[in-house]
Design a protein around this ligand. Structure first.
Ligand code: PEP
Length: 254
């Protein structure tokens, strides 16, 4: 099996002013540089308004930049939106798509995630496609069905060669921002199921290349255990990415 480079990404959500954002990335450069680059990749997703300045601060550093979302059109009359070419232009390598908060509060669907992926690829970036079940869905035994349906909808129409470079993020909704982390066994079980689904939809070689991050209350004290699972290829970190010490602690776990 190919060794997948782990991707640890900090999703800052709607946090940090420009000066706070710059202060945080200054503190993260050292810990990020200390990692073996061939084994672990690190990215941060600040709010759009800070991206350009953060990119400048990160020049020459190993830390990569991600957008938290983008529109599916390249430009046009879409007040308040940001396009994939704009994110590429300011230095983003990744774009988070379909985050549960986008789905829950902003009407994101598998169909719109599917369209946004096309824009991200056309701009030469890599999508981080988020999926995950709610607590009610897990308790009803529907976890696999739900995440597989989300993957099917998001990836419909894409070629194996494109998908091989995608990043999936398994983020159980009940674990996001709640302090309630999935056990490493629960995470591994879903990651394994997703990889098997990718094998059926595309081929085993493609499935083995796709990186699947875990997200949901990842902290310094649970990161190593989660990241030690065979199908957990990184972490998407919310709350604990807002403090340099916490994020650096998670990086150590990789
Ligand atoms: C997230 O929103 O991507 C996330 C995982 O948040 P937290 O780490 O705060 O649970």
């Amino acid at each position: 099996a190919p060794t997948r480079r782990k991707l640890i990404a900090g999703n800052w959500k709607m946090n940090k002013t420009l000066s706070e954002a710059l202060a945080l990335v200054r503190e993260l450069k050292g810990p990020a540089a200390a990692l073996p680059a061939d084994r672990v990749e690190v990215a941060v997703a600040p709010p759009f308004v800070s991206l350009a300045a953060v990119a400048k601060e990160l020049e020459g550093s190993a830390l990569k930049l991600a957008g938290q979302n983008c529109h599916w059109e390249a430009s046009g009359a879409f007040t308040g939106e940001v396009s994939a070419p704009m994110l590429k232009d300011v230095g983003c390598a990744y774009v988070i798509l379909g985050h549960s908060e986008r789905r829950q509060y902003f009407g994101e669907t598998d169909e719109t995630v599917n369209k946004r992926i096309r824009a991200v690829l056309a701009a030469g970036m890599t999508p981080i496609v988020c999926v995950g079940e709610t607590l009610a869905e897990r308790e009803a035994g529907r976890t696999k069905d739900v995440v597989e349906q989300q993957v099917l909808g998001a990836l419909k129409g894409y070629q194996a060669a494109e998908v091989a470079n995608f990043v999936l993020a398994y983020e159980p909704v009940w674990a996001i921002g709640t302090g309630r982390t999935a056990t490493s066994a629960q995470a591994q079980e879903v990651h394994r199921a997703l990889r098997e689904q990718l094998g059926r939809l595309f081929d085993v070689g493609t499935a083995e290349r796709v990186r699947i991050q875990y997200g949901g209350s990842v902290k310094p004290d649970n990161a190593a255990e989660l990241l030690g699972q065979p199908d957990v290829d990184g972490a998407l970190v919310g709350g604990a990415s807002l403090k340099a010490g916490d994020f650096a602690g998670i990086l150590k776990g990789a």
